[in-house]
Write a protein that binds this ligand. Structure first.
Ligand SMILES: Nc1ncnc2c1ncn2[C@@H]1O[C@H](COP(=O)(O)OP(=O)(O)O)[C@@H](O)[C@H]1O
Ligand SMILES: [Mg+2]
Length: 265
């Protein structure tokens, strides 16, 4: 019944299922399908995510059967068609704003709590951990649907539709929190390992422009003023350190250090 493999990640593999669907098969022991199913059910009818068609069991693994989307993911489009950078940055912002219009299902975890436990686990000097937790303490809970890992690799772009996939980190929170993680990923995470060295600076330049355009489009097209975006960036940078990505550590700790030393205004 299962067809060709379309993708493989840490938590799950994605396969063709029938002509109009794919199945995302979670590895045994990974429970991200719960949050993914809740988020997709909530987004049903909004057009911004694939429809959740069914949940199945396959060899002891949970599979989510999803509407099959056409097009390519935005990350590979940016690599193949770099001249589309401005339009794609705007599309990334628009789809993110559309997600944040949805109220979060009550059963999703609170994003502030998720972030607090990541910061507790992160490898960072204790004064910076305390600083990040203090900043988080002063930030609000929210009731919006947050994706939790929103970046161009998780956005599929077809001629007539932009759709957001990969929801195991979905949570309840304020949009600014989710937006800050995207900015952090766009600005500071390293180019893919294996990228030839000469093209790295180009990628970095392209990235910073893409990040800037996404940030501007998100801010300008949001119906309300963004609250405390800089504080959310501090919290997300500290939480990211829990993912243990060695090449990012100096950049993230350097950012936290500079922000920590800046006098309060
Ligand atoms: N609904 C879908 N329709 C078509 N392709 C999909 C769909 N969902 C996922 N894919 C494919 O599978 C890949 C991985 O899916 P994703 O949900 O991002 O999981 P992960 O990043 O954990 O591997 C995507 O990049 C895409 O190529
Ligand atoms: Mg993904």
């Amino acid at each position: 019944m299962i067809g060709a493999k379309l993708g493989a990640g840490r938590e799950a593999d994605v396969y063709e299922w029938d002509d109009s669907t794919v199945v995302k098969l979670y590895r045994a022991g990974f429970l991200g399908h719960r949050a993914e199913a809740l988020a997709l059910a909530k987004l049903d009818g909004r057009g911004v995510a694939p429809k959740l068609v069914d949940a199945v069991e396959c060899d002891g693994r949970t599979g989510l059967v999803l509407e099959r989307l056409g097009g390519a993911d935005m990350l590979s489009l940016l690599q193949r068609q770099p001249w589309r950078v401005l339009g794609l940055a705007r599309a990334l912002a628009d789809a993110h704003l559309a997600v944040h219009e949805a109220p979060a299902p009550g059963d999703l975890p609170e994003l502030r709590q998720v972030l607090a436990s990541r910061i507790a686990d992160a490898v960072l000097p204790s004064h910076l951990r305390d600083y990040a937790l203090r900043v988080l303490d002063a930030l609000p809970d929210g009731d919006r649907l947050c994706h939790g890992d929103y970046h161009p690799g998780n956005v599929l772009v077809a001629a007539d539709r932009v759709a957001v996939i990969d929801w195991p980190n979905a949570a309840r929170g304020v949009p600014e929190a989710d937006h800050a993680r995207t900015l952090l990923l766009l600005r500071w995470t390293d180019p893919q390992p294996g990228t030839p060295l000469v093209s790295r600076p180009l990628i970095t330049a392209g990235r910073s422009m893409f990040a800037h355009r996404y940030a501007r489009a998100y801010r300008d097209r949001s119906l309300r003023r963004l609250r405390q975006p800089a504080s959310w960036l501090v919290v997300q940078a500290a939480a990211r350190l829990a993912e243990g990505i060695e090449v990012e550590q100096n950049t993230l700790i350097g950012f936290l250090d500079r922000t920590h030393q800046r006098p309060e205004r």
